[in-house]
Design a binder for this molecule. Structure first.
Ligand code: EPZ
Length: 421
């Protein structure tokens, strides 16, 4: 298994291009199932998770052309050979569940393996199923699969989510575009990836209002046509690389990024004492002399502080001048990076969903283990500042969500290299 080795202590200077958003693309690709005309996505990121989604859609009979080294994906779903999403693929990537709504809406049936849990939590899909049942689907859970039927098609309904779920909102939004009548999604997720999906569906002929707010209204139509849609920039990759100069020192410009995409992270980084500015080409981040200030941050659904940046922020706060508190309120087990950071000299106490971090003047490089996508990148960020060498193992987690990470960081002066075992 590949590892990544980092020799820390080198401030970063240069530019980092931000790729298309993994979590937008993983919802946009299944949208192709809603039409018998091709959907072409541009600015697609080249990531393992995207390749897994391509494998899943191909297994259903989609024809996928990956152009410009995978940055353009032309997906045709005219003649599907199957409506069965196999466990072998679904277990590799939970977002596979996002084919359920589109298959049901367009073909009236679907068999999708239940994704099972993952390292950061149980991650049930009960809200996805509740929404589709409200829209008239008959669901039968057996032998680890959801067997779904809607022989007469789906019917518009009012779906009131008891808690905010990005994936359930996306599944319901896609299914509602072809349902008979009006669907209203209440307590819907407001993430930019939802807005991007709605923009794409509207380009395909869907009738949607309210995306980005907690109430989305969809008027079903008889059919959707093909479209070409650019994937939005990845706000989590952006936040990750904004934190890189904050941790390592120096000054880096994130190309193509705008302040709005940085979301809640921008204000918190300013509060910690970092200097951030919008430039003509993107966002510039610099760390002034001295240690950053401690923070108290709570992860929440958008527009709150994103859970997907919690591990990366923790890496910064291990070096703050004082005690910080991080409250993880979205997932039940998303502090697995803490013990690995402790191996590097961080002082962290975790009690349930609350981590207390007492800042230290310096971290020391050590061999550490990645456990999930965002935990692994937080260890890389900590390695940029740590004295000596840090070797991060199991970086297949990293390859799921970060395109050419070691290239992007070494172009800014980091001493980082991939060890192929
Ligand atoms: C999406 O996951 C993202 N993944 C996650 O990013 C992200 O952390 C998460 O949204 C929250 O922002 C993709 O978009 C592919 P949820 P999703 O449904 O949709 C509970 C990354 O690092 N819940 O909003 O699965 C769930 O257990 C990944 O890129 C139910 O109880 O997240 C969690 O506690 C990790 N029942 C909370 O809701 C359900 O049916 C939020 O989950 C669905 C979710």
């Amino acid at each position: 298994m590949d590892r990544i080795a980092i020799r820390g202590g080198r401030p970063l200077h240069g530019e980092i291009p931000i790729s298309g958003a993994k979590n937008a693309c993983l919802a946009l690709m299944p949208a192709a199932l809603l039409s018998d005309e091709p959907l072409t996505l541009t600015n697609a990121p080249r990531l393992a998770d995207i390749r897994t989604m391509r494998e899943l859609l191909s297994s259903l009979g989609c024809e996928i052309a990956a152009l410009q080294e995978g940055k353009v994906l032309a997906i045709g779903a005219a003649d599907l050979a199957s409506q069965r999403a196999d466990y072998d693929i679904v277990r590799k990537m939970r977002a596979s569940i996002l084919v359920l709504g589109p298959l049901l809406a367009r073909h009236g049936r679907a068999e999708v393996s239940l994704p099972g849990g993952c390292a950061i939590g149980a991650r049930p899909v009960d809200l996805h199923l509740m929404a589709l049942e409200k829209m008239g689907a008959r669901l039968d859970l057996r032998d680890g699969y959801v067997h779904a039927e809607a022989p007469g098609g789906l019917t518009g309904a009012v779906v009131d989510f008891p808690l905010v779920s990005v994936g359930a909102t996306e599944n319901a939004l896609m299914a509602a575009t072809l349902a008979k009548g009006t669907t209203v999604l209440k307590n819907a997720a407001r993430e930019p990836e939802i807005v991007d999906l709605a923009d794409c569906l509207r380009a395909m002929g869907a009738r949607i209002e309210g995306e980005g707010t907690s109430q989305i209204t969809i008027e079903g139509v008889a059919a959707l046509h093909g479209a070409t849609h650019p994937v939005i920039a990845d706000r989590i990759e952006l936040g990750t690389y904004m934190l890189a100069p904050a941790i390592a020192g120096g000054e880096v410009e994130l190309l193509g990024a705008r302040r709005a995409q940085a979301g809640a992270l921008w204000d918190r980084m300013e509060e910690a004492g970092l200097s951030l500015s919008e430039t003509a080409g993107g966002i510039k981040v610099a760390r002034p002399e001295g240690r950053v200030k401690p923070l108290h941050v709570i992860t929440e659904p958008f527009p709150g502080f994103p859970t997907d940046l919690q591990a990366q922020l923790m890496a910064l706060l291990t070096l703050a001048d004082g005690e910080s508190v991080l409250e993880e309120r979205i997932f039940e087990n998303r502090f697995m990076h803490a013990p690995e950071l402790q191996r590097m000299g961080a002082r962290i106490e975790v009690h349930g969903g609350v981590a207390r971090i007492r800042g230290v003047p310096a971290l020391k490089g050590a061999p550490v283990m990645a456990t999930d996508l965002r935990a692994s990148v937080s260890l890389v960020l900590a390695g940029l500042a740590a004295e000596g060498e840090t070797v991060v193992g199991r970086i297949y987690h990293l390859d799921r969500g970060y395109e050419r990470l070691e290239e992007k960081l070494s172009a800014c002066g980091a001493d980082i290299r991939r060890l192929r075992d």
